[in-house]
Each structure stands twice: as structure tokens, then as C-alpha cells.
Design a protein around this ligand. Structure first.
Ligand SMILES: NC(=O)c1ccc[n+]([C@@H]2O[C@H](COP(=O)([O-])OP(=O)(O)OC[C@H]3O[C@@H](n4cnc5c(N)ncnc54)[C@H](O)[C@@H]3O)[C@@H](O)[C@H]2O)c1
Ligand SMILES: O=P(O)(O)OC[C@H](O)CO
Length: 420
């Protein structure tokens, strides 16, 4: 095995951990494990997947369903490792056997040089607290999380936040990527933004990474620019030269499949914001669809939503964000379209309006533990805009938050957005 040869001469391989194992986390683990099997000269074949442990029963969609054991709860990690299927979050999809489900977060990230963060954004803070100081100092991350982090101080991207919290560089993956379709190997595209310091492969081995500690020297940390082009708070530990470089080629090799086409870019802010903000727009699309207004209304929502996404990016990440990321990449307009056509935020919002219940009620009843990101993102973005007196400049984002809070109605949307 081992088909790639452009990284020849490196004595160590990258170990990959997926932090998260939901609907998208398990799908990305499948993609990565297929690729580590094909590139064993660059990556360790086994891929660790951290699983938030819970008891599960085998559902009817699984080929491992058995009437006599249908009600017997089992540990999710044990089920994944035995049947190679995440029966709760991705039932019916065969996972490669080189995915190792691990209930211990600390153990799962040990010695990993590549960390893929893929879990609902509400859990990332606790997860980072759990692994701070436990990971390789020169590890690099990719955030597949679609959300933004809002604090009193302002708004940050999860890629930035993970990077600063863990003291590593973290890029972002986002695109028109409904997990269930990709898990069935139906073709799609994605965008990966990765813009690390250029010298990642040119360092002597740090003491705590070396198989031969006596050979190690003092490693200068690197100051780099963050996703807004400012000097980062985090000084990076360089990747030792024993490892294949962690550059665009390497990440493409890790993620690209015949059914999952990767575009590599450097605009981390644009890719992250596209993934977060489109969820607010998808809720609005669900609201008008549930109201029965048809495709023209939905197209109007998408047009106005895209304008607000671009405006938001330009206003708060002006130093680096590229309008083209929103209008040309999978992480921008394509994700907006797919999410507003068949995503969970769209479907739950549509059903909530049809049934006259809250979006949260539909989420609880229909999603079997999967989590919407749009509802919390709508509230978080709104409180950020409100604190700056900018609600009126983002009428669609503001309307969605108002509808979720029960202060506005779907029928109000045309009047609320009419000035844009
Ligand atoms: N599902 C998709 O189609 C899709 C596609 C692209 C991007 N995304 C994004 O990927 C991210 C992850 O989404 P997902 O679909 O994998 O998740 P999901 O919606 O399936 O969420 C469930 C996951 O949350 C975990 N969880 C529950 N309680 C937890 C806790 N207290 N602490 C830690 N974890 C806990 C569960 O174990 C499970 O792995 C989100 O930001 C989402 O927007 C999702
Ligand atoms: O199902 P949603 O609404 O979380 O959207 C899924 C993906 O983000 C679509 O790209």
C-alpha cells in the first residue's frame, strides 16, 4: 500500500484524530479513513474517532438490527468498533474498519499531528478544555464546525478560537455538504481554507516529539498572522522535519475522494463565516416554504441572505475576507443553496411553521440527538449586532431571530426585509 510518493524521505507519519462522531463527524471519518488506507506512507492507517459515549440500541435501518436484541442498550463505541457502523448518527452506512472509536478524548488525541474538529459548536469549549496541554505542540487542526463564537468582546471563528485555545494553527472546511448524501458517496464539492506559516516542515525535532530526545534542540516558536491578518496571540511550534509537510497538498490528499472534491483556499474567515451564517438563512427559507410561499420567495430569501453574509464578512473581517469566497466557492453560495433546499435547519423550520410548533420542538422530536446550529447562531449573531446598534442593517438575520423568539411572524418577513 502507499500510493503517494511526493513526500518521500520523511521518517514519521501523521496520525489523525477526528474529534466528534455525529452525522458529519462520522462521514468525515469515513472519508479520511479511506484516504489514510491509500496513503500509508504519509498517514498512519488507523484513524482515531472520539465518541461522546452513550448507550444505544440498534435501529431497524442497520443491517445489524436483530429483533431479539433490539431493546438491549450497548455502548456506542463498542457498537462502532464491532459492526463498523455508527448506528445512532449515521445508520446504514458501512465505515472503514480502520476507524477506531474511542470514548476517551485524551487518549484519542495522544500523539496526533492532525486534529479534525467536527462536533456541534455548543460542545467545542468543553472539548478544548479537556485537551488543552495534552496534544502535540506542533499539531495542526481543521475545523468542520459551522458556527461562530460570540463573546462580550466580539465575534470569532471556531478555527481562530480552537487555534488560540490549544496553541496550534487551525484551518476550516465547509461546503455544500449534506452528510447523508456524501456518506452514500454521491458526488459533492467542499472548500478547505488553510493558511499556515510557510516553514511548517523546516524545524529540528522538539524534545517532546523526538524518538531520540538527545538529538533535539531548542525550537523557536513562530509568530503568524491570524484569519484577520493580525499578529496571532498564539506562537506556533514548528512541525518537525521528520514529518511530511502539512500543506495544501497534504490536506487535499487527506480529504479528496472521487465523490468528494476538495478546493483548497486561504480565506479561513470567509469559509468559516459562510458555513455559520448560511444556517440562519436556511431557517428563513424553511419558514417561507412552510408558509407555502413557493420557490420565488425562497429565492428572494437566498438572495437577501447572501448579501447579508457578504456584508457581515466585509464589516467584521474586512482585512482578509474575500467576497469571492461567498459568491464562488462551495462554502458560500453552494452551501446556501443546498442548506436552503434540504438541510436540517431548513427542514425543521419548515415543519415548525407547518405544524405551528417551535423549531426546537421539531429538533428534539425528529433529529434523534443531532443538533441544529442555525438557532443558536441566529441568537448569537443577533446579540452581537444588537450590542453594536446594527440590527436594522441585517434585516433578514434580525427577522429570523425575532421569529425564533416568537416576537415576529413569518408573515412579517417581506416588510422587514423590503429595504434591502
Ligand atoms: N450533518 C451534516 O449534514 C453536516 C454537514 C456539514 C457540516 N456540519 C456541521 O458539522 C458540525 C457537527 O455536526 P454533526 O452533524 O456531526 O453533529 P450532529 O448534529 O449529528 O450532533 C450530534 C453529535 O453531538 C454529540 N454530543 C451530544 N452531546 C454532547 C456533549 N455533551 N458533548 C460533546 N458531544 C456531544 C453526539 O455524540 C453526536 O456525535 C456542526 O457544526 C454542523 O453544522 C454538519
Ligand atoms: O443539515 P444542516 O442544516 O445542519 O446543514 C448541513 C450542511 O451544513 C449543509 O452543507
Amino acid at each position: 500500500m502507499g500510493s503517494s510518493n511526493f513526500l518521500g524521505g520523511h521518517s514519521r507519519k501523521h496520525k489523525v484524530t477526528i474529534v466528534g462522531s455525529g452525522n458529519w463527524g462520522s462521514t468525515i471519518a469515513k472519508i479520511i479513513a479511506e484516504n489514510t488506507r491509500e496513503h500509508t506512507d504519509v498517514f498512519e492507517e488507523n484513524v482515531q474517532m472520539w465518541v461522546y459515549e452513550e448507550d444505544v440500541t440498534i435501529p431497524k435501518e442497520s443491517k445489524h438490527y436483530n429483533e431479539s436484541t433490539a431493546d438491549t442498550p450497548q455502548k456506542l463505541t463498542e457498537v462502532i468498533n464491532k459492526y463498523h457502523e455508527n448506528v445512532k448518527y449515521l445508520p446504514g452506512v458501512a465505515l472503514p474498519p480502520n476507524i477506531v472509536a474511542n470514548p476517551s478524548l485524551n487518549d484519542a488525541v495522544q500523539n496526533s499531528t492532525i486534529l479534525i474538529f467536527n462536533l456541534p459548536h455548543q460542545f467545542i469549549r468543553k472539548v478544548c478544555e479537556g485537551i488543552r496541554g495534552e496534544i502535540m505542540p506542533f499539531a495542526r487542526g481543521i475545523s468542520c464546525i459551522k458556527g461562530v463564537n460570540v463573546t462580550d468582546d466580539g465575534i470569532s471563528l471556531f478555527s481562530e478560537w480552537i487555534g488560540d485555545d490549544l496553541g496550534i494553527y487551525c484551518g476550516a472546511l465547509s461546503g455544500a455538504n449534506i452528510a447523508s448524501e456524501i456518506a452514500q458517496e454521491k458526488w459533492s464539492e467542499t472548500t478547505i481554507a488553510y493558511d499556515p506559516p510557510p516553514m511548517d516542515s523546516r524545524a529540528p525535532t522538539p524534545r517532546n516529539a523526538s524518538p531520540n530526545p538527545d538529538a533535539a534542540g531548542e525550537i523557536p516558536e513562530i509568530q503568524h498572522l491570524d484569519a484577520r491578518g493580525r499578529k496571532s496571540k498564539t506562537k506556533l511550534t514548528p512541525l518537525p522535519i521528520e514529518y511530511p509537510p502539512l500543506d495544501h497538498n497534504c490536506f487535499r490528499m487527506l480529504f479528496h475522494r472521487p465523490y468528494f472534491h476538495v478546493q483548497m483556499v486561504s480565506d479561513v474567515a470567509g469559509v468559516s463565516l459562510g458555513g455559520a451564517l448560511k444556517n440562519i438563512v436556511a431557517l428563513a427559507a424553511g419558514f417561507v416554504d412552510g408558509r407555502g410561499w413557493g420557490d420565488n420567495a425562497k429565492a428572494a430569501i437566498m438572495r437577501i441572505g447572501l448579501m447579508e453574509m457578504v456584508k457581515f464578512g466585509k464589516e467584521f473581517f474586512s482585512e482578509t475576507v474575500r467576497t469571492g469566497t461567498f459568491t464562488e466557492s462551495s462554502a458560500g453560495v453552494a452551501d446556501l443553496i443546498t442548506s436552503s433546499s434540504g438541510g436540517r435547519n431548513f427542514r425543521c423550520a419548515r415543519k415548525a411553521v407547518e405544524k405551528g410548533v417551535s423549531v426546537q420542538d421539531v429538533e428534539r422530536e425528529d433529529l434523534n440527538g443531532q443538533k441544529l446550529q442555525g438557532t443558536s447562531t441566529a441568537h448569537e449573531v443577533n446579540s452581537f449586532l444588537k450590542a453594536r446598534g446594527l440590527e436594522a442593517e441585517y434585516p433578514l438575520f434580525t427577522a429570523v431571530d425575532g421569529i425564533l423568539r416568537g416576537e415576529k411572524k413569518v408573515d412579517d418577513i417581506p416588510a422587514l426585509v423590503s429595504d434591502t
